[in-house]
Design a protein around this ligand. Structure first.
Ligand code: URA
Length: 433
C-alpha cells in the first residue's frame, strides 16, 4: 500500500466526524489498511460511527464499494461458454427475510431458461435465515467451491450456490465490526456491503429483492426505496445492469420457516406445486433476471411445470456433493399451536415467526454457532384461510425440548384469528428501475 501511505487514520476520522467528504485515495487507504490490519479496530469503529452519523454521498459510497471489491477477488465470467456459445450470467440478492427460500428454486428456473447463475450466498445471523444453512441440511452439500469448480458447474449445470469466501473480504470484517458497534443501520454502509459482494461475482446483471416490513431490515417503504435506489446506482456505477423490486416481508414467505423444512418446500415448488407466494416471487424475479440478462423467449413458470427447473436443481445438488436421496432432517421434538376459536386466520407477523424459529435452533446468535438443520416450523393456515376451533395452526420442530416453550412464547401475539379475513397485501410492492 506504499503509494497511499501518506494518510493517517485520526485525520480521516476527523474529516468525517466534522461532516466532510472522505478523499478517494483516503477511502482506498482505509479499506486496504483495515483489511490488512494497519488500521486498528478502534479506528475503524470510530470511523464507522462517524459515517453512521454523517453519512456518505453517492461518489463516496461508489468509491467505498470499489475499495471493498478490490480487497478480494473479482470474478470474470465473460469467457464462459456452453456448446461454443457465450453464456449470460445473472444473479439476485435478497436483503434478508423470514421463510425466504426463493434462491433455491430461482437459480434452477433461471438456469433452465438458459442463463448461468453464480449465487454467492450467506448464512443467517440473528432472526434472518441464510441460504447456505438451508442447503447444508441436504446430506453432503458442499458450499465451498473453488473458482475452477464454479466455472465448470456454471458451464454445465448453469447454477451454483456457494459461500462468498474470497469475495470482498473487507466486508466480512467490516460487517462483524458494525454488528458490535451499533453501526449496521446506515444506508451507505448497507448498500456498499451488499453490492461489494454481489459486484465481485462479476455477473452481467443483478436483480435486488429489497424486503420491507416487520421481518425485514427496512421496516418502512421509503427507507427500502432509498436503499434500493442507492444499490441500483452502485450497480450502474460499476457497469452491472441492476434493478430492484420492493417486496413484502411483514409476513413470512410460504408455509415453512427453518432450514431443512424450507428445502422441502423449495422442492415442492420445483415439482410444480408449493405455496402461491413462493411461486409468484420466484417467477417474477426470474422474469426480471432474464430480461436484464437479455435472454428472450424463455418461460420461467413453464420450467416449474415441465420439470426442467427440478432437473437443474438436482444436477446442481449432485455437482456440489449433495444427496437428495437421504431424507431431510426433522427436529426430534415437536409441539403444535392450535386455534382457541374459529374464524379466519389473520395477519402472521414475520418477526414473531422468525424469533420463534430462531429459539427453536434454526438460527444462530453468534457467528460460527451451529444451527439445527431440523429445527423450524410449519404454518398450516395462511392469512385469510378459514380456521376451525381446535385446529392446528403451527407445528414447531427442534432437537432440544426446552426450546419449545420459549419458541411458543415468541409466537404468542404474533398472529390472530378473527371474524373476517384480513385485507390481502400485495407481495410485490413496486419495481425500482
Ligand atoms: N446484508 C449485508 O450483506 N450487509 C448489510 O450491511 C446488511 C445486510
Amino acid at each position: 500500500m506504499s503509494p497511499l501511505a501518506s494518510f493517517d487514520a485520526p485525520a480521516l476520522i476527523a474529516t468525517k466526524r466534522d461532516g466532510h467528504r472522505l478523499p478517494d485515495a483516503g477511502i482506498d487507504w482505509l479499506i486496504e489498511g483495515y483489511t490488512t490490519g494497519l488500521v486498528a479496530e478502534e479506528q475503524m469503529s470510530a470511523l464507522l460511527m462517524a459515517i453512521y452519523l454523517r453519512g456518505m454521498d453517492t461518489a463516496e459510497t461508489v468509491r467505498w464499494t470499489a475499495a471493498m471489491i478490490a480487497s478480494g477477488e473479482r470474478m470474470d465470467f465473460t469467457d464462459l461458454r456452453r456448446g461454443g456459445k457465450p453464456l449470460k450470467t445473472v444473479d439476485k440478492h435478497s436483503t434478508g427475510g423470514v421463510g425466504d427460500k426463493i434462491t433455491l428454486p430461482l437459480v434452477a428456473v433461471v438456469a433452465a431458461c438458459g442463463a448461468a447463475v453464480p449465487s454467492a450466498s450467506g448464512r443467517g445471523l440473528g432472526h434472518t435465515g441464510g441460504t447456505l444453512d438451508k442447503l447444508e441440511a441436504i446430506a453432503g452439500f458442499d458450499v465451498a467451491l473453488s473458482t475452477a469448480r464454479l466455472r465448470e458447474q456454471l458451464a454445465g449445470v448453469g447454477a451454483a450456490i456457494f459461500a462468498a469466501g474470497a469475495l470482498a473480504p473487507a466486508d466480512a470484517k467490516l460487517y462483524a465490526l458494525r454488528d458490535v458497534t451499533a453501526t449496521v443501520e446506515s444506508l451507505p454502509l448497507i448498500a456498499s456491503s451488499v453490492m461489494s459482494k454481489k459486484l465481485a461475482e462479476g455477473t452481467d446483471a443483478l436483480v435486488l429483492d429489497v424486503k420491507v416490513g416487520s421481518g425485514a431490515f427496512m421496516k418502512e417503504r421509503d427507507d427500502a426505496r432509498e436503499l434500493a435506489q442507492a444499490m441500483v446506482g452502485l450497480g450502474a456505477a460499476h457497469g452491472v445492469a441492476t434493478r430492484a423490486l420492493l417486496t413484502d416481508m411483514s409476513m413470512p414467505l410460504g408455509c415453512t420457516v427453518g432450514n431443512a423444512i424450507e428445502v422441502a418446500e423449495a422442492l415442492e415448488v420445483l415439482a410444480g406445486g408449493g405455496p402461491a407466494d413462493v411461486v409468484e416471487l420466484t417467477v417474477r424475479l426470474a422474469s426480471e433476471m432474464l430480461e436484464l440478462a437479455t435472454i428472450d423467449g424463455a418461460d420461467p413458470a413453464q420450467t416449474l411445470s415441465d420439470g426442467s427447473a427440478m432437473d437443474r436443481f438436482t444436477a446442481m445438488v449432485a455437482a456440489q456433493g449433495g444427496d437428495l436421496g437421504v431424507p431431510l432432517p426433522v427436529g426430534k421434538c415437536c409441539e403444535t399451536v392450535t386455534a382457541d376459536r374459529g374464524g379466519f386466520m389473520g395477519h402472521i407477523d414475520a418477526m414473531a415467526v422468525a424469533l420463534a424459529a430462531w429459539r427453536l435452533g434454526a438460527g444462530r446468535s453468534r457467528p460460527g454457532e451451529r444451527v439445527q438443520h431440523g429445527a423450524g416450523m410449519r404454518i398450516h393456515r395462511r392469512p385469510g384461510e378459514p380456521v376451525a376451533a381446535g385446529e392446528t395452526l403451527f407445528t414447531l420442530y427442534t432437537d432440544t425440548p426446552e426450546r419449545l416453550g420459549p419458541a411458543c412464547a415468541e409466537l404468542n401475539g404474533g398472529y390472530c384469528v378473527g371474524d373476517t379475513p384480513p385485507l390481502p397485501r400485495p407481495l410485490i410492492i413496486e419495481a425500482t428501475a
